[in-house]
Design a protein. Structure first.
Length: 179
């Protein structure tokens, strides 16, 4: 009987034990699995050595509609320096098929699915920034401005990739963008 109770308790607690802890600034980024709208599958750990922005947005969100083109332009300018931007729409946005033209025009990676502990914090937009070593450096709700992006990302993009990273990035100095 005691064994049965122990097995039952283990099964009840298993989901909470298996779930990753929420991302915390200054700590190692919990892994997550991604599926893009094109069907590509990868995980956050595979992006080690690059600076990763995970952006949550919604089609109805006015600040998001201003931030998304800024993130896309910033990514186009900085991708050769090791920047990756992943854009995850919220469930209450318009259906994915209605955003095909937008996704086709964007250089940033639109996500179909994100499995892991990352989610909007106090609303959208919400952004998480993970440095080249896999440490969460930023986690906040609110839209980025160009000045915010430069202040946060330029120093991270100037950091060399971790020695254990399989990914290499351009070693040229990364200059801030001007608006």
């Amino acid at each position: 009987m005691r064994t049965l109770a122990l097995v039952a308790m283990t099964l009840l607690l298993a989901p909470s034990v298996l779930q990753a802890a929420p991302p915390k600034v200054g700590q190692a980024a919990p892994n997550a699995q991604f599926v893009t709208v094109q069907g590509a599958k990868f995980d956050l750990a595979s992006l080690r050595g690059q600076v990763v922005v995970i952006n949550f947005w919604a089609t109805w969100c006015v600040p998001c509609r201003k931030e998304l083109p800024l993130l896309d332009a910033y990514y186009r300018a900085q991708k050769d320096h090791g920047l990756i931007v992943l854009a995850a729409t919220t469930e209450d946005s318009v259906p994915e098929f209605q955003m095909r033209k937008l996704f086709a025009a964007m250089a940033i990676v639109p996500l179909h699915r994100l499995k892991g502990p990352y989610e909007p914090l106090e609303g959208v937009p919400t952004n998480f920034v993970i440095d080249r070593r896999g440490v969460v450096r930023y986690a906040q709700a609110g839209a980025f401005s160009l000045d915010n992006l430069n202040a946060l990302l330029v120093p991270l993009l100037r950091e060399p990739p971790a020695a254990d990273s399989a990914t290499t990035t351009a070693s040229a100095a990364t200059a801030p963008l001007s608006g």
